[in-house]
Design a protein around this ligand. Structure first.
Ligand code: BGC
Length: 896
């Protein structure tokens, strides 16, 4: 490889300093937090930028760091090209201590040296025993069946005699809380502290509140509602699954300018009241009586005369630790597109997009006027809301107006999945403006990493539907659906979608958190569950669902190079493999489970792929991933044991399900897909299976017939067997069943069923018919890896594969992916016989670039023969493509 720019000095920026994946986290309870950064080349023409060494310096203050006093840690110069997951190895931090750090990176042979700006993280409480605050609440009143409980308001005042240098507050709840300080909401989080199995793990959130405190009197307050802890979860009409009495706890830590410290905590001296929020429940909705609002309740000087003493509860037994992810936040507002009046006085607002969150009501009315908002994803033919699919979720927000001017009202502690909002209770004869209703979109606020666009409008709509499906269903945990009385952490759905999710957003912190839920849920026998957190459902050990316990951490390792998630869950992962080994019969998994859930053309919801086959295929696959996990962690004995087991399971699979002519039992598309994708059959037999898979698709008139387990494997398998032509045919289909079918029928999200709605037959089986279920959106990973051609080769996008595969009627595609090493992008175009490909490769990585061409000589880069271009090396010809090796930089390939 020639590096023509190599001699010159390279201009480099060190950006995106992260600690445990987060930018400047306020509370880190991890003993040896991992640090990372991204190198950015300032000169767009520079190529092959690589780090040769780094030096991290850490100090107890920014001033000390900038003055060169690294009093916490100086790594010294470390010869390494690592930029990720570098463990802090400095002095142990005290609870709440700030660690300021910066890194200097060095290029080879003095090509560059660049120092980052200072960044910091703050230690959390580190040990649960450092949580001194009491757990307080208001005695939960009795609640009628189908109704929600009121939210409690809690408050206390304190006076600060001296100026504040720094202050931070930790808060947690059994329930959901919103924290207030001196009249302002603290942070932008919703539904804190998040959804966990509260019997085992409980999170607290931390906010820097230095700027919110006053010298003199101050007030701290919280609103506390049932949340997942005590509210309705699932379809069994049950409240109080984890407990019935919501409790709140907070600890405000103040450092005065003179160095003294003060701690304010929740305790028996706090006062409480039930205020305007008469009901607040995730599934049922909110009832808000604006006449009962208590202006100033969260500010100093408020009269507490009507408030009662709080109750104190026992300290929860769960492990209390800093929330490791990104909170749920408002991320967007949607304006109403149109308003209709399907019945007199019933107004339906269309937001044009199926979304998750709630609606803000802007209204002028009379005191006590009752305005009711109902929500739906779809409309009946007569234009009224279709709500049957919500099942027992009331999903209704009721407001009693204060009167006397314009009011802006939002519900609290609830969320809905909807595109349409029905408003009733307006003054007779009124014709509301569209601006009366605004959609407030909320979800876990993960940073967006992937964008995609191509020449096919329907495929672009599909991409948008996938993104919206993810936004609606990554709400603290990965859920199946956001609207009906379910909204649970279904493991099968999560693992089918996880790789797609990783293309669209930075999901590492989200899965760091959820994997703890998964492990908390695991049974003593080693079976991973159907849902995590474990709540109202006890199912476990199901093929493709339980396997999320292995597939998800493996995927996080693949995408982010994160070994710690493997280490942390290694024991749990291997218990699952042991469980499968022990409970099968001659290594064949049982005839139970959800099968290839919701595959079309089948006799029931469980699809036509034999369940023992699916189970055994997943057994082999998870065991194979387990063996690789063991290798990655250097546990070679374990690895050998798992490799041998995986081989035996494959043998059993072949014996039981595969005929010598390559027929796979059940003859379903999914059966062939799994046998191929999981590499279960001998190589010699693969061509026979490949042929049969394509025949199965042809037999359906070139339609897919996959359910939740087959769908994410379908397109990558077709690409792998060299049948992109078939993949594109499926992608572009608009007839049933296909992705396009939902789109021509108006979908703006991914549907649960291939026929959740059809223009001729109407709504699908109402018992289970969500219009926002991301599983079938798992085609997104193929859109990135194959259509746009961006993928990782090995862990953490250190080595990248750029391999776009033009096909079907798609003539142009463009995608970018903000990898853990920095942005990767492709943009390809096919005109007549001319193919162009622009690619951007991040610093400190290498890539192989596959360009369709008859020979390497047919390819140019930047207008020169590619094999002579700077930083480009021809490797080989492979399946009609010229393959080049490149380092970081921008490239423009062209072939004729
Ligand atoms: C959920 C799913 C889940 C399935 C398992 C459904 O009720 O919505 O998405 O995976 O059950 O059977």
């Amino acid at each position: 490889m020639q590096w023509s720019h190599a001699a010159s000095t390279q201009a480099i920026r060190v950006a995106k300093l992260r600690c445990e994946y987060l930018a400047e986290p306020c509370a880190v309870d991890v003993a040896r937090p991992r640090l990372g950064w991204v190198l950015e080349g300032a000169d767009p023409s520079a190529r092959g930028i690589r780090q040769a060494a780094y030096q991290i310096r850490a100090a107890s203050s920014e001033e000390a760091l900038l003055a060169g006093r690294a009093d916490l840690w100086d790594s010294g110069r470390v010869d390494s090209d690592e930029t990720l997951h570098i463990e802090y190895a400095g002095k142990a931090l005290a609870p709440g201590q700030e660690c300021w750090w910066q890194v200097t990176v060095f290029g080879r042979d003095g090509r560059f040296a660049a120092t980052s700006r200072p960044s910091r993280w703050t230690a959390g409480i580190l040990e649960p025993s450092n949580w001194k605050a009491e757990w307080i609440g208001l005695k939960a009143p009795p609640v009628a069946a189908g109704a929600g409980a009121p939210a409690a308001f809690l408050r206390s005042e304190f006076t600060l005699e001296k100026p504040v240098r720094r202050a931070w507050v930790h808060a947690a709840a059994l329930g959901n809380y919103e924290l207030r300080l001196n009249g302002k909401k603290v942070g932008r989080d919703f539904f804190a502290p998040g959804y966990t199995d509260y019997r085992k793990t409980l999170y607290y959130q931390t906010h820097d509140v230095t700027g919110l405190l006053n010298e003199g009197p101050n007030a701290i307050g919280a609103m506390l509602a049932d949340g997942w802890y005590a509210g309705y979860i699932g379809w069994k009409g049950r409240r109080g699954v984890f407990g019935e009495q919501p409790l709140f706890s907070a600890q405000l830590e103040i450092e005065h300018a003179d160095g003294t410290r003060r701690r304010i905590t929740t305790g028996s001296g706090w006062k409480g009241a039930f205020g305007p929020i008469l009901e607040a429940d995730h599934l049922m909705g909110c009832v808000h009586d604006a006449r009962k609002e208590m202006p100033g309740w969260d500010a100093a000087g408020f009269s507490e005369a009507a408030w009662q003493p709080v109750i104190t509860g026992e300290k929860p037994a769960a492990r209390l630790t800093a929330f490791p992810g990104e909170p749920v936040r408002k991320t967007q507002e949607l304006e109403t597109r149109s308003v209709s009046e399907p019945k007199p006085g019933v107004f339906v607002f269309d937001l044009g997009q199926n979304m998750v969150g709630w609606a803000r009501l802007k209204i002028t009315g009379t005191p006590g006027q009752k305005v009711v908002l109902r929500f739906a994803e779809m409309l009946n033919d007569d234009g009224t809301l279709y709500t049957a699919n919500l099942r027992s979720a009331r999903a209704t927000d009721t407001f009693f107006l204060k009167g006397g001017g314009e009011e802006l009202l939002e519900p609290s502690f609830t969320f809905h999945g909807f595109r349409y909002v029905e408003v009733t209770g307006l003054a007779a004869g009124s014709k509301p403006e569209a601006s009366m209703i605004t959609g407030i979109v909320v979800h876990s606020d993960l940073s967006r990493t992937g964008s995609f666009e191509c020449s096919h409008p329907m495929v672009n709509q599909l991409f948008s539907n996938i993104v919206w499906g993810m936004r609606g269903n990554y709400l603290d945990i990965p859920t199946d659906c956001p609207q009906r009385d379910e909204r649970m952490g279904w493991m099968g759905d999560a693992q089918a979608f996880v790789r797609t999710g990783a293309c669209l957003m930075d999901i590492a912190p989200f899965f760091t958190k959820w994997m703890v839920d998964v492990e908390d849920a695991q049974g003593g026998d080693g079976a991973f569950t159907d849902v995590a957190p474990r709540g109202i459902l006890d199912g476990a050990g199901v093929a493709g669902w339980a396997d999320a316990g292995v597939v998800c951490p493996w995927t996080i390792y693949q995408v982010y190079g994160d070994k710690r998630i493997l280490e942390r869950h290694y024991a749990a992962m291997s218990r699952w493999i042991d469980y499968m080994e022990k409970t099968g019969k001659d290594l064949i998994r049982p005839d139970s489970g959800y099968g290839d859930w919701l595959a079309p053309f089948a006799k029931d919801n469980k699809g036509d792929t034999p369940k023992p086959l699916l189970g055994t295929a997943y057994f082999a696959y998870s065991t194979d991933l387990m063996a690789r996990t063991a290798r990655v962690l250097g546990k070679h004995e374990d690895a050998a044991r798992f490799e041998a087991l995986a081989a035996k399971v494959r043998e059993a699979f072949n014996r039981e399900f595969v005929s010598p002519d390559g027929t796979v039992k059940g003859e379903s598309q999914t059966a062939y897909i799994m046998a191929l994708r999981f590499r279960l059959v001998p190589d010699a037999l693969r061509p026979a299976l490949e042929k049969r898979l394509v025949e199965q698709i042809e037999a359906r008139g070139w339609h897919l017939a996959t359910g939740f387990l087959g769908v994410n494997l379908l397109m990558p398998t077709l690409t792998e067997i060299g049948r992109d032509d078939v993949a594109y045919r499926l992608l572009e289909n608009t007839t049933y069943p296909s992705w396009g079918y939902s789109i021509v029928n108006g979908a703006t999200t991914i549907w649960e069923r291939w026929n959740s709605y059809t223009k001729d037959k109407g709504f699908g089986d109402v018992g289970m018919n969500s219009f926002n279920h991301y599983a079938y959106g798992s085609v997104g990973e193929w859109m990135f890896s194959s259509l746009a051609g961006i993928d990782t080769d090995g862990p953490g996008f250190r080595r990248i594969v750029i391999h776009p595969r033009p096909g079907g009627s798609v003539k142009f595609a463009k995608a970018s992916y903000d990898s853990i090493h920095g942005p990767v992008s492709t943009e390809w175009r096919l005109e007549e016989k001319r193919f162009t490909l622009k690619a951007v490769i991040p610093c400190n990585t290498t890539a192989t670039v596959h360009v369709p061409a008859g020979s390497p000589d047919a390819v140019t880069e930047g207008g020169r023969p590619a094999s002579t271009a700077a930083g480009v090396e021809f490797l080989r010809m492979e399946s009609g493509k010229a393959v080049f090796a490149v380092g970081s930089g921008r490239y423009e390939f062209e072939s004729r």
